[in-house]
Write a protein that binds this ligand. Sequence first.
Ligand SMILES: *Cc1c(COP(=O)(O)O)cnc(C)c1O
Ligand code: SF4
Length: 344
Amino acid sequence: MIPASVQPRQIPATWQQELAEAITQPAELAAALGLPLEALAALDGADFPLRVPRSFVARMRPGDPRDPLLLQVLPVAAERLEAPGYGPDPLQEHTAQRAPGLLQKYPGRALLIATETCAVHCRYCFRREFPYAAQHGEGGRWREALATIAADRSLEEVILSGGDPLSLSNARLAALGQALAGIGHVRRIRVHTRQPVVLPSRVDAGLTDWLRASPVPMVVVLHVNHPNEIDASVRAACARLRAAGVTLLNQTVLLAGINDELTVLQRLSQELFDAGVLPYYLHALDRVRGAAHFLVPDERARELAGALVACLPGYLVPRLVREIPGAVSKTLLTPSAAVPCGGA
Ligand SMILES: *Cc1c(COP(=O)(O)O)cnc(C)c1O
Ligand code: SF4
């Protein structure tokens, strides 16, 4: 049963309104979950503050301070612990900048920081300290980035990222998409977004019209970490995306205490498939300051990946990868061999 306090006071008319009504105070989150504030042990005054839409809170288990969705969004004191090897820019992204807001690390594809805004603040986010302000080019947000893409025929794919690119209005997305599709050598546009999951109402008619009308194929990579994130509203949002002709993939971050169990990862792959989404990557944690308590040791990660290989059809096994600054692609962590299904 969903506590009355989680339910929107009125049904929000638009996703923008739902976003504006997101929970930003730990006390309000505690009340919504029927927990005393002390049970959350929330960190007050976090630099990267609490932010979570009510529809996502409605998928948390009331009364459970260890709920896997809650732990992804709740600021806690452990974030203040200094841990060796954890810093503000674990991926050395400043070395990958080709133009303001445009990062290229790998051949053939470049990533556009389309916005800094997200509907949710994920505690383990590797861009939680990203210097977004330095990404605003002069004279028109994307002018230099678009000129750089247009001048480089090797760039066949543009990835809209952020922040969450679906924080932009449909009109701004359409303008950006039109500019990109107008560059002859851009063959695919990819959108990395968590919004269809944390704010399914974002997948509105304007968005699907834009995706359907795109002259180049659109790939949407969702970000789901736990099967409890997928409810009927998310399945419906995925169905609308698929009906618009989009290829739907998912990436997951492996997180201690949230999804570092075989049964959880197995169920996640199955429920993603039921929603029309194929698992793409299982990411080892990026060592961003404040996230050390989420680390799953490599040995355990490889064991889990090995067990997934044993339990699932190959197309439901995400690739376990880590990002190593300077590498030519994400780096595969080999699944442990001969872990039987159920052995992890
Ligand atoms: C992760 C990433 C990509 C995407 O890599 P794929 O292996 O194609 O999914 C592209 N550009 C940048 C800058 C990235 O960080
Ligand atoms: S939605 Fe993505 S970019 Fe935004 S806080 Fe979460 S992980 Fe980071």
